[in-house]
Design a protein around this ligand. Structure first.
Ligand SMILES: [Zn+2]
Ligand SMILES: [Zn+2]
Length: 144
């Protein structure tokens, strides 16, 4: 899946609601996905998570985060001051994810697909024509 043609070029900056944690990314995303899985719904307190993944080497995070392990393969970081959910850190890949909503310009990047549609809340109508996968994406992330 190629990058969305309307994406703005890097760098991307963002952070938590209180400003204690900031991040900066110097590379284009490896993938941008909207995840409707139950863990994302619960962890974010929201019906879905729109998340961009980047090569780890291109990311700088400043400020202290706390983290918890939401599955065998994922750490989820948040700001201990304000509770904003930030970095997603997979244990099995050299990449870091950030919610599009945490970007200073949340419109800078555009989703490429929906995943875990099997747990989409029924009142949420998807008006885009992006690919929808019942569970995890069958496609790998692009290489950095
Ligand atoms: Zn904060
Ligand atoms: Zn998810």
């Amino acid at each position: 899946m190629p990058p969305h043609p309307s994406n703005l070029p890097p760098p991307y900056e963002g952070g938590c609601a209180c400003g204690a944690v900031r991040f900066r990314v110097e590379a284009a995303p490896l993938g941008v996905r909207v995840c409707h899985c139950r863990i994302c719904q619960q962890a974010m307190g929201a019906p879905f998570l729109a998340v961009a993944s980047f090569p780890k080497a291109a990311v700088t995070v400043t400020g202290e985060t706390a983290r918890w392990r939401s599955s065998e393969r994922l750490w989820r970081h948040f700001c201990p001051q304000c509770g904003s959910r930030l970095t997603l850190e997979p244990l099995d890949g050299d990449r870091l994810g950030f919610p599009l909503a945490a970007l200073d310009n949340p419109a800078a990047l555009h989703p490429e697909m929906h995943i875990w549609i099997s747990s989409r809340v029924p009142w949420l109508a998807l008006a885009d024509d992006l690919p929808q996968h019942a569970e995890a994406s069958p496609e790998p992330y692009r290489s950095g």
